[in-house]
Design a binder for this molecule. Structure first.
Ligand SMILES: [Zn+2]
Length: 454
């Protein structure tokens, strides 16, 4: 009996200790803010890879400057950068107060989960994500996106993708970074740190990273030309960007890179200029809206700004000839800090929606039960897809344009696509100028009411 009682009290003590340990684990996992009051840590899922694997991040801190660390763009052969960035995430989760109060630090350990799983440098479509960006905005014409890319030992490969920003992973990081101040893309294993092409704040910050990590700073990658690279894309939009190449191909080199990251975080507020407004066609464009406009197709897709940005209840709004772009600061933890307004729905949305059956040779959207035929389907996909144009709201319709020529139009949530009746090429597709149409309607209303609505 005594032995039994002794055993059961031992068991109870063990169970009690176990539940305390479990509670501690739960608190450590779910609510690290308890350890560091005032410095929040948030787990995020930014989206999915080509094969549907989640791409996750943590945010540490809530300061106004957005700094992002990105691991394993090059998948399996550079998996030591995944290990490194995972360890960095664990470090800052344990010690969030190490992030300066002016900064929100976002840590994405694995941008290319399919590459890691498939034991490949590329994504699941065989595309090199660090050769797939539209780098035309920077001052380095030699690095502009190409389908055939250069590599080590003079080798070339057709891994740039079918067109720039073709991959979901490229679009995910592009859109998440639109409101970022600085980004560090980890690669291996050349043992150097280098900045975005021809962008002085990037060079200044890369030097600070290199000094902090004990790595070698080089002003430019000089072994071959990197076309369509992520850091050059970022620098072209004024986002300070650098690449540490780890020295080894297998070790995380955690202590060195923690030194580099900490030095970088401490320097961001003094080195990295805030995003600047840009002037397009004589009109000042809001800084973050300008980046989205530029990154998503600029003048060619959206046309020129029609007027200055307007402050709204949720952020900033600016009208262009063929779209209205909204910057929503509350969306900074998502890939949609900038959104194209639902002008297609607002101005041309059908009153009665007749669902269609899937048609031969068309892309069918089950969400709204509508078909998108060629060449609209390719235009929609290549120029940005769902976030830019939204879902189809009706079938193609034959109508006439503003000079009376017969055209085919299709209404989407955020745009109306138009083409000549006989068109077969995406180069004959254009966007109906919804920004102008909305502008004219506002003008007409303000004339009626006598109120200046602008
Ligand atoms: Zn790499």
């Amino acid at each position: 009996m005594i032995v039994m009682r002794h055993n059961s009290s031992q068991l109870r003590a063990r169970l009690a200790a176990l539940s305390v340990a479990l509670l501690l684990c739960l608190f450590a996992g779910l609510s690290p803010t308890l350890a560091q009051p005032g410095v929040p840590v948030v787990d995020l899922t930014l989206g999915s890879s080509t094969q549907g694997r989640p791409i996750t991040a943590i945010r540490v801190g809530s300061g106004p400057r957005k700094v992002v660390l990105v691991g394993a763009t090059h998948g399996y052969p550079e998996r030591n950068t995944y290990a490194l960035v995972t360890q960095l995430a664990e470090h800052f989760r344990r010690d969030p107060a190490a992030v300066p109060p002016g900064i929100s630090l976002y840590i994405i350990p694995l941008l290319n989960p399919d590459g890691l799983e498939l034991q490949s440098r590329f994504n699941a479509n065989g595309v090199d994500l660090n050769r797939n960006m539209d780098t035309a905005a920077d001052d380095c014409p030699q690095n502009d996106w190409q389908p055939i890319v250069a590599g080590a030992y003079g080798l070339t490969a057709e891994t740039g993708g079918p067109y720039s920003d073709s991959e979901v992973e490229s679009r995910l990081i592009r859109d998440f970074l639109l409101d970022a101040d600085a980004v560090v893309f980890f690669h291996s294993n050349a043992g150097v740190v280098f900045p975005a092409c021809a962008h002085q704040p990037s060079a200044d910050l890369a030097r600070i990273y290199a000094d902090g990590a004990g790595y070698v700073f080089i002003p430019q990658w000089d072994r071959y030309v990197i076309t369509g690279g992520m850091s050059d894309w970022a620098g072209g939009l004024g986002i300070t960007a650098l690449i540490p190449e780890l020295v080894t191909g297998d070790l995380p080199e955690f202590e060195q890179n923690l030194g580099g990251v900490q030095a970088t975080l401490n320097a961001v507020e003094s080195i990295v200029p805030p995003a600047e407004p840009r002037v397009e066609g004589g009109i000042e464009v809001q800084p973050i809206i300008w980046r989205a406009w530029k990154a998503w197709g600029g003048q060619a897709l959206f046309g020129q700004p029609l007027g200055p940005a307007v402050k709204t209840a949720t952020g900033w709004s600016q009208r262009f000839e063929r779209a209205r772009l909204e910057y929503l600061p509350a969306q900074t933890t998502t890939t949609a800090p900038v959104q194209s307004a639902l002008l297609g729905r607002e101005l041309f949305g059908p009153e009665v929606d007749e669902p269609e059956a899937p048609a031969e040779g068309a892309r069918f959207f089950p969400e709204t039960q509508h078909n998108v035929r060629q060449p609209f389907a390719d235009f929609w996909q290549i120029n940005g897809g769902l976030p830019i144009f939204g879902l189809p709201l009706g079938p193609e319709q034959q109508t006439s344009d503003d000079v009376g020529a017969p055209v085919v139009r299709q209404v989407f949530e955020r745009a109306v696509l138009e083409r000549p009746v006989a068109a077969t090429s995406i180069f004959e597709v254009s966007l109906v100028p919804l920004g102008r149409i909305e502008w004219a309607q506002i003008d007409a209303r303000s004339i009626q009411t006598g109120i200046q609505a602008r």
